[in-house]
Design a protein around this ligand. Structure first.
Ligand SMILES: Cc1ncc(COP(=O)(O)O)c(C=O)c1O
Length: 296
């Protein structure tokens, strides 16, 4: 496998919105790095792929749901860079727009059912898969873990070298959606205390984001609840907000992560958390392919 020396470009753009109340906002658009390999997923994968290569692996095996942005990016990367991929899926066989893309990219799929998928953290889960695919490297759900975080460190540099395009000399903090908290941990590591990182949690507390993050980094971040009643729960106010944001500044959001994260920022600004003049970078983590699940 590899080497994979693709360093995609994520544009940094100013966001003009009528609720900013003097706060300045720029968005680092990972949704625009590639039509297929979108968002934080490529960055989370890079270090895993490097480790797979070092281990002499000939392919990657990973897991996720039927709308998984992670599996989508992995399958597309496998197709683009010519390595085989295996996806272990939650639930029973059914076609979603995402699953059709996985198949079209040549990913080999196994459906684990719901109980089978829940067993993914149990010791021995990987054993049969290692036997079936001895030269495949396992990547955890969502491309997480320390390797996933390290791969995201490069995002800081992407933003820093474009600050002049939004007429900034510096910025004050990052704002992004957190699902496992891996991307957030990557920013915290790379910032090394220089700027705080705010994570708007798209999942409720019991998903263990706080534990995941504190296992990877110490301090330099804050987690806030942005789940709006549960992962995947969508309400009219959220959908209206997504629609009006796209109309106001042309930035498309999806309802699971990026929409909830930006809406949480609006609420925090309204509550007076940031003084006028504060410069925030919103990390657009992509995931727009998953929107098809809501319109289909
Ligand atoms: C679009 C999108 N944004 C944010 C996240 C959260 O990233 P992390 O799991 O690194 O917190 C994910 C996936 O988990 C995602 O698909």
């Amino acid at each position: 496998m590899g080497p994979f020396d693709w360093l995609p470009h994520a544009p940094l753009e100013a966001m003009q919105l009528d609720w900013l109340n003097g706060v300045e906002l720029a968005v680092l658009r990972l949704d625009r790095i590639d039509p297929l390999i979108s968002g934080n997923k490529w960055f989370k994968l890079t270090e895993h792929l490097a480790q797979a290569r070092q281990a002499g692996a000939n392919g990657i095996i990973s897991l996720g749901g039927a709308y998984s942005n992670h599996l989508h990016a992995l399958a597309a990367a496998g197709k683009r860079f010519g390595f085989p991929t295996v996806g272990l899926l939650r639930g029973h066989p059914h076609d979603t727009p995402t699953v059709l893309d996985l198949k079209a990219c040549g990913m080999h799929l196994h459906w684990l059912g719901y109980g089978g998928y829940r067993a993914r953290h149990e010791p021995g889960f990987w054993l049969p898969w290692r036997e079936n695919y001895p030269d495949f490297y396992p990547v955890p759900e969502g491309g997480g873990g320390m390797a996933g975080a390290l791969g995201c460190g490069g995002l800081i540099e992407q933003a820093r070298r474009q600050l002049s395009t939004v007429d900034w000399a510096d910025y004050d903090a990052w704002w992004l959606a957190a699902g496992t908290g891996t991307t957030l941990a990557g920013l915290v590591l790379a910032e090394a205390g220089a700027h705080p990182v705010y994570g708007a949690m798209a999942v409720p507390d019991d998903h263990g984001v706080a534990q995941n993050v504190s296992a990877l980094v110490q301090g330099g971040y804050e987690l806030l609840d942005a789940s709006r009643g549960g992962f995947g729960k969508v309400d009219p106010l959220l959908l209206e907000f997504i629609e009006s944001t796209e109309q106001a500044c042309g930035v498309p959001l999806e309802p699971l992560y990026t929409g909830k994260a930006l809406l949480a920022l609006k609420q925090q600004i309204e509550a007076g958390r940031f003084v006028p003049g504060t410069r925030l970078i919103f990390l657009h983590t992509g995931g727009l392919q998953g929107r098809r699940g809501f319109t289909a």
